[in-house]
Design a protein around this ligand. Structure first.
Ligand SMILES: Nc1ncnc2c1ncn2[C@@H]1O[C@H](COP(=O)(O)OP(=O)(O)OP(=O)(O)O)[C@@H](O)[C@H]1O
Length: 228
């Protein structure tokens, strides 16, 4: 179980996150939604240790992470796919995946489940990452994040810049992975995320203002929160 308890985050003077509580258990896709600037990316960056968190707890299976450096958090079992994916364009698909394996303490051989979940990556194993389409690069970024078997996969706007026809494939991949790990997804594309998510947190001005199973959320309030 991944948990945030009373988490505050700041970039300097102003507090961006205010008392965020959130839970993401294995076997569930947990989503965090909200309009631009609500604090979603900051929440993920705080989890990774990229933003200051003066108060609150971040824990994975009961062990606290908030005082650990970035690399140590990844080693404890957090797979992070940032906005924009950040794959290495000059390296091959295989080299990109192997880097993920090493970052997570693994060595050598890419496990079979990667190619079962992402058949396209096996086909393009020796192509350069930069030569893949946006959707394929997103799959590569996810594969790199999960190759060492993290306890939680964290995704920041995985559908951004991806063609509608390929978004379904990203949804399939994420749904397949949830049997192996917890998944926390930040997404602007509400229809997509409410379709695949098992639980949803809604953020406004750095606070969680509503949470529940997608079908149980107050749709009018949700739409009002998302629109400018
Ligand atoms: N590097 C930074 N320095 C200072 N303030 C920042 C920084 N990054 C973000 N902020 C501020 O923090 C707040 C939350 O931003 P954040 O990027 O977390 O929102 P978001 O919900 O992820 O929005 P988006 O969907 O646009 O990514 C905003 O008010 C933003 O201006």
């Amino acid at each position: 179980m991944f948990q945030l308890e009373g988490l505050y985050a700041t970039y300097g003077e102003g507090m961006v996150l205010r008392h965020v509580d959130l839970e993401a258990p294995k076997g569930r896709i947990t989503s965090l939604v909200g309009r631009n600037g609500a604090g979603k990316t900051t929440t993920l960056r705080a989890v990774m240790g990229l933003v200051k968190t003066p108060q609150g707890k971040i824990s994975l299976d009961g062990r606290e992470l908030q005082k650990l450096p970035v690399y140590e958090r990844a080693k404890r079992g957090i797979g992070y796919v940032p906005q924009g994916r950040e794959i290495f364009p000059q390296l091959t698909v295989e080299e990109n995946i192997l880097l993920g394996l090493e970052a997570g303490n693994g060595k050598g051989v890419i496990p079979d489940f990667i190619f079962e979940t992402f058949p396209i990556l096996q086909e393009f194993l020796h192509r350069k990452g930069g030569d893949l389409s946006g959707g394929q690069q997103q799959q590569l970024a996810i594969a790199r994040a999960v190759v060492s078997g993290p306890k939680i996969l964290i995704l920041d706007e995985p559908t951004e810049g991806i063609q509608p026809s390929v978004i379904q494939e990203i949804g399939r991949v994420i749904t397949e992975l949830k049997s192996k790990m917890a998944v926390l997804i930040v997404e602007q594309y509400l229809e997509f995320v409410l379709d695949i998510a098992d639980y949803c947190y809604v953020m406004e001005n750095g606070r969680i203002i509503m949470d529940g199973e997608p079908e149980c959320l107050d749709q009018d309030r949700l739409q009002a929160t998302m629109s400018l």
